[in-house]
Every structure is written in C-alpha cells, then in structure tokens.
Write a protein that binds this ligand. Structure first.
Ligand code: NAP
Length: 539
C-alpha cells in the first residue's frame, strides 16, 4: 500500500492524518510556505473520520453549508451540497474534490500507520516510524488524527465466541452490511446509535437496542437543499463565515441573547415548539443560559422528555427513553431522523441495560442478568476513546525520551490544545484543551491549521527552528480549561466521553475547552501577536 515513489529523507513537516485537518495543513505548509511536507495516513484514501464511519444513517450534524472549508473562494463557489446535512459519502466526495483540486494526493502516503514518533533533540528532528518499518524524519510533526477515531469496543466477556458477525460503527465495512432477515442487537444510544437504529430497523428482521443511558434528541429535519438556498450560500461566503467565526460553537446561527426567564412559560413553549419544528442543533441556541443554569436547562429537558412521551406509544418504552440522567446538551446533543418513532415499530425492542446489565456475549446472542437475546449481528455504537486515544496509541516521545502517555498519565495537559511542554515542534490539531469537539469541526480545524502555519512562518522568518510550550503557560491554560467547563453544566453528565468516562481506567478530566470558539480564537491571536507568549522559541 505504501507509496514508494515519495521521498523518505528528511522533510520540513510530517502530518499524520488525511481528514479535514491534514489536507488543509498540507496545503498551507506546502503551497503557502513552500515547505517539504507529507501526510501519513493509515486509510487508503482521504476522508479522516468519514473514511471509517460509514454505518447506516451516518450523516453530519452540522449543516452542510458550514461543514466545509472557507479559506478558498473558488472551492466555495464550485462545490454544491445537496442536503441540509451531508451524509458520509457526500463528505468523502467533497474531501476527494478538495484533495484533487489542490493536488494533495501526490504528497500523501496512504496505507501507512504511524507507530512511533521520537524527538531527537540533538538533530532537532522528529523520527517517525511506521507499521511497515519505514523511518522518516521531519523538523515539525503535526498530528491531524481527529478526536473520534479510536473505536471503543467494550470488553464484554464472550465476544470472541459469538457465532454471528459484529461491527463497530466507526470501522464499518465499505461494502455495507446486509441486515435483511437478521436479528440485530445494537449497543449504544449516543449520536451514532440514534442515527443508526432507524435505518437498521428498516431492513432487519428484528432490532434490539441495548440502552444504558437514555438520551435527548431533536429531529434533524434533513431535506434536499432548494436551489434558492444553494444560490444564497454561493453568494454569501463572507456572511456565513462571519457568523461561524463569532459564535461559541462555530455553527452558522447565533445563540439567542435571552434568558429562559425573560419570557413567560407560554412564550417559552412556543419557542421550543418552533425550534423542534425547525430541527437540528439550533434547539440548543434558543436561550443563552441553557448550558449555564440547571433550572433554565430543566425547562428544555422537560420539553424534550414530553416529546418522547408524545411520540412513543408504549408507555414503558417511553418511560425508559425519557428517563434521562443528565442536563440537556451536557452530553453532545444528538439530532435524529425518526429515532423515537422507531420504537413504535413491531420489529424493535428496547432493553434497559442499566437495570438489567449485559453480562456476556454468548455464541448465539447477548445475555443480560435476566434474559438471553438471540442475535445474528451485533452493532457496537459504543463510541470512541476520544481526543487522547488517537494520540496515545502512537508511541510519542519528546525531549529526554519522555512519553506522551507518561506526560498525560493523569489526563491531557497542554497549552492552547496545540502544544505539549517537553515535545518541541509537535503540534496537535484540535487536541484536547482546544474547543474542537464542542464546535462545528471544520471551523475549529481551519483556525488551528492557520495558527500553526503562521507560527511556523514566524519561526522561519526569524531564523528560528524550535518552539515549545512552557510549563507555566501550560499550568495557566489547564486552569482556564477547567474553569471554562466548571462555568457550564457540561461536567454534570457523569458518563460523558468529554470526561473520558466511557473508557474504563481513563482519567476523568474534562478535555475540550468550553470557553467558546470565538473567545479561543481571540486568545490564540493575542498569543501570536505577543510573539508567541507562553512558548519558548529558539534554535
Ligand atoms: P457515544 O456518544 O460515546 O455513545 C456511546 C453509547 O454506547 C452510549 O450510549 C454508551 O452508554 C453506550 N455504551 C458504551 N459502552 C457500553 C457498554 N459497555 N454497555 C452498554 N452501553 C455502552 O458515542 P457515539 O454515539 O459514537 O458518538 C460519539 C461522538 O461522535 C458524538 O458525541 C459526536 O461528537 C460524534 N458523532 C457525530 C455525528 C454527526 O455529526 N452526525 C454522528 C455520530 C457521532 P453510556 O452513555 O451509558 O456510556
């Protein structure tokens, strides 16, 4: 698989990953700064998370006109999205188009898994090793590995003895899975499970959904885009960008500047109804205090629970689906197409595995404490070892051979989510400690990639060749990350992957920066304007 025509000698920059981040990073470093740069990518094509996540119903929750690059007027004008939310195949087509248009693939080494990256202080070089034994060196190493790319398959006893087939949604077979006539068990009811269940139920003989934590969901109201809207998008790149750059979550709509308590209960109900009818993540933007004040949040939570009870006909099933243990949007809020209605189908059953835990996978199905469920297929919609997982599965070692795993034994620590003290010239695009997963990702990605590019240009212009985050700046930043989360209801979702709580043994640390993308951008700009304050620059 590895492309042997690419040079393996010393490069200016190596980038790991060919998703949204890596592609743009390669373009910036190679075509804007004129550096020698390559991407190493384990998949055999571009796409990043969308290369792997091809499960039934896989579709982006960000609206298509903002789920794309904004750096190029030409790219913007020549690409047209077909639906309000792009599905996985359309996003891959988009990224393929971008890669071809910018002629990026000639500098991507596909089928190449990075296993180790060690910093050689004397040479000021990162020495990178791949699974097929190749060694490459580069001055700068940029991880563009995504936040949700290490599948979390729970270690349930007996899985290896299951006679049927099992799949994790994040590693879905490219030729699909035929559910016709099959009894399917799906574990997990996060954003992925909520997208997958309605589609699986359409073709499976029977679908059993194993729910541990019930979840809110708002209808996506996906639909083809009208020609008028497509024309509007084409002509309004600057206006869309102005909004995505000025809102905390980098979506193309603003959070209403009103409190839940500025309006009467009747007005509030009407606002929630309108947002429910409109669909999508805009529901969270109806009031400014939904994620700040539990009493305010309760009003949205109760509205959404009411909708579940209204849609789901069987009262016991409705009660289980509405028995939600966290504030609305304290976990990443899913949006759906017919999720709750799926439980009105004759061929769908909900199992509450909080009350009746899964004990084992048997050769013929899943056994909970009380019942055996015969199955032909098991779908693990069980999420990811988020944010740190993709970084820590590589053996990354900085100065003095210190491993990233040791540096982060109590949870990730870095400065601005961009650099780790002790790991010079290593940049982590959308790393923990940055807003990343709390945002519409392409906006966060563009900001990081451009900041990194400007930083490298700054070093080169001054004849400098090394940059490293200081310990004191790291300490201050970690305090800010913790304070930003504590000012919200986000840490109240005790089982959330934002906290690492979904992976046994993972340190419980709220990983993303919750202060908002717009504020974060200002902080990063100030750091750069002040000569990269908090970093040590040198030769
Ligand atoms: P997730 O949010 O972590 O949800 C995983 C689900 O699996 C949860 O319901 C979890 O229950 C359950 N689970 C995990 N281990 C289990 C076990 N041993 N037994 C029973 N249940 C178990 O993962 P995800 O749904 O894949 O979503 C991850 C993130 O990916 C999302 O939050 C979102 O950021 C992103 N995503 C985006 C899109 C999109 O844009 N359209 C779509 C999908 C995903 P607990 O809650 O009890 O742990």
């Amino acid at each position: 698989m590895t492309d042997t025509t690419l040079p393996t000698d010393d490069l200016d920059a190596l980038i790991i990953g060919a998703g949204f981040s890596g592609l743009y990073q390669l373009h910036c470093l190679r075509d804007r700064l004129g550096l020698s740069a390559q991407i190493l990518e384990v998949a055999d094509d571009v796409g990043g998370t969308w290369y792997w996540n091809r499960y039934p119903g896989a579709r982006c929750d960000s609206e298509s006109h903002s789920y794309c690059y904004t750096f190029s007027e030409e790219l913007h004008r020549e690409w047209q999205w077909s639906e309000r939310y792009p599905d996985h195949a359309e996003i891959r087509r988009y990224l393929d188009h971008v890669a071809n248009r910018l002629d990026l693939k000639r500098d991507i080494r596909f089928g190449t898994r990075v296993t180790a990256a060690h910093f050689d202080a004397a040479a000021n070089r990162w020495r990178v090793t791949t699974a097929d034994g190749m060694q490459l060196t580069a001055q700068f190493l940029i991880t563009a590995v995504g936040c949700l790319s290490t599948a979390n398959v729970p270690d349930i006893p007996g899985r290896e003895h299951f006679d049927g087939r099992w799949f994790h949604t994040g590693q879905w077979p490219h030729d699909g899975v035929d559910f016709a006539g099959r009894r399917v068990g799906q574990i997990g009811t996060g954003s992925t499970g909520i997208q997958a269940a309605p589609v699986i139920a359409e073709s499976a003989a029977h679908l059993t959904v194993f729910q541990r934590t019930a979840n809110y969901s708002v209808p996506a109201r996906n639909a083809p885009l009208t020609a008028e809207f497509q024309d509007w998008v084409r002509e309004n790149r600057a206006a869309i960008r102005e909004v995505t750059h000025s809102t905390p979550n980098a979506h193309p709509f603003r959070i209403e500047n009103r409190s839940v308590f500025d309006v009467t209960p009747e007005q509030r109900q009407a606002i929630y109804e309108a947002a429910w009818a409109k669909g999508g993540l805009q529901f969270r933007a109806t009031f400014r205090d939904l994620l700040l004040d539990k009493t305010a949040n309760d009003t949205a939570a109760e509205f959404l629970r009411g909708k579940i009870r209204e849609i789901v006909k069987d009262p016991d099933t409705a009660r289980l689906l509405a028995d939600i243990d966290h504030p609305y949007a304290a976990k990443r809020p899913p949006i759906d197409t017919n999720y709750f209605d799926t439980f009105n189908r004759d061929n769908v059953t909900l199992v509450d595995v909080r009350a009746d835990p899964i004990e084992a996978i048997t050769p013929t199905g899943i056994r909970t404490r009380s019942t055996e469920y015969p199955l032909d297929v098991i779908v693990f919609a069980t999420g990811f070892d988020a944010m740190t997982g993709p970084l820590l599965r590589m053996d990354i070692r900085g100065r003095d051979g210190v491993s990233l795993a040791d540096a982060w034994h109590a949870g990730p620590r870095n400065y601005l989510g961009l650099q780790v003290a002790g790991f010079p010239n290593l940049f982590t695009v959308t790393g923990p400690g940055s807003p990343s997963v709390l945002c519409n990702m392409p906006v966060a990605i563009e900001q990081h990639v451009e900041w990194i590019t400007d930083c490298i240009a700054h070093l080169r212009d001054r004849g400098l060749d090394r940059i490293e985050a200081s310990e004191s700046a790291t300490n201050e930043w970690m305090t800010k990350v913790e304070a930003a989360a504590a000012a919200t209801l986000l840490p109240q979702a005790r089982h959330s992957w934002y906290l690492g709580a979904n992976v046994p043994g993972k340190p419980r640390v709220f990983m993303p920066y919750a202060g908002g993308m717009a504020r974060y951008r200002r902080i990063c700009d100030e750091v750069a304007a002040n000569g990269y304050a908090g970093f040590t620059l040198g030769r």
